[in-house]
Design a protein around this ligand. Structure first.
Ligand code: FMN
Length: 217
């Protein structure tokens, strides 16, 4: 009788331990493993907006944001203005983009950090490919950028010197779009190593700069 109760006690303990481990996994590990679905952005609107000279007159850095998401259409327009495809495929030069790049390498990747996770902008497909689940905005952005609707992290091969310049062109596109749209934008330096961990960047890829965009508080 004692042997049976000792055995059932051990089974009960094992079941309890297994349930505890399963519970911890569900709460802590599972959300990180389940990536959000890819986002097919609506086609960007390539007409309209503010006249260029007026957008230039209003371009500025503003470091405060309301924690309110941008509509998908605005996000699509923003990313297209930043580094979207503006010319069809050409055998010699490849896709034409809204920003130039050294040797037309089009090397800079735009990691788009939203409240629900981080994505890579796939310009040709006009898609956001998920790379990290959950809100990592505070891990990648400076200051109030942590609650901006969207933070773009400019990522490139760490060995490519020209990538810094390429990122600058894209950043100015974002500033001009923000001025035209009446939202705030802020380009800034990053703690590259921390951001690389938060965004699970592939080996050899470097986070160069961040740029947060969002509604005014
Ligand atoms: C390469 C680069 C790095 C920057 N890094 C930071 C930064 O780390 N923190 C910050 O608050 N602003 C940063 N800025 C924004 C500048 O401070 C800002 O552009 C400058 O003060 C001029 O203001 P304006 O953009 O409103 O004309 C950076 C801008 C550039 C171009």
């Amino acid at each position: 009788m004692r042997v049976i109760s000792a055995l059932s006690e051990r089974i009960l303990r094992s079941v309890a331990l297994f349930s505890l481990i399963a519970f911890i996994f569900i709460i802590v590990a599972a959300p990180a493993l389940c990536l959000q679905a890819p986002i097919q952005l609506p086609a960007p609107q390539m007409t309209g907006g503010m006249p260029l000279m007026q957008a230039l007159a209003q371009r500025q850095t503003a470091r405060a944001f309301a924690d309110k998401p941008l509509p998908m259409q605005t996000l699509s327009n923003l990313l297209w203005a930043a580094f979207g495809v503006n010319r069809s495929r050409d055998v010699k030069t490849g896709l034409g983009r809204t920003a130039p790049s050294a040797m037309n390498k089009q090397e800079v990747a735009l990691y788009v950090v939203l409240a629900d996770g981080a994505y890579v902008y796939e310009a040709e497909q006009n898609k956001l490919r998920p790379v990290v689940a959950g809100d990592v905005r505070a891990k990648v952005a400076q200051g109030a950028g942590a609650h901006a609707a969207a933070t773009i992290i400019y990522v490139a091969d760490a060995k490519l010197d020209y990538a810094q310049v390429d990122a600058g062109f894209i950043g100015q596109n974002v500033y001009l779009f923000a001025a035209s749209e009446g939202v705030n934008a802020w380009f800034y330096a990053l703690h590259g190593a921390d951001v690389a961990i938060a965004l699970k960047l592939p080996e050899g890829q470097k986070a160069l700069y961040g740029q947060s965009v969002g509604y005014r508080p």
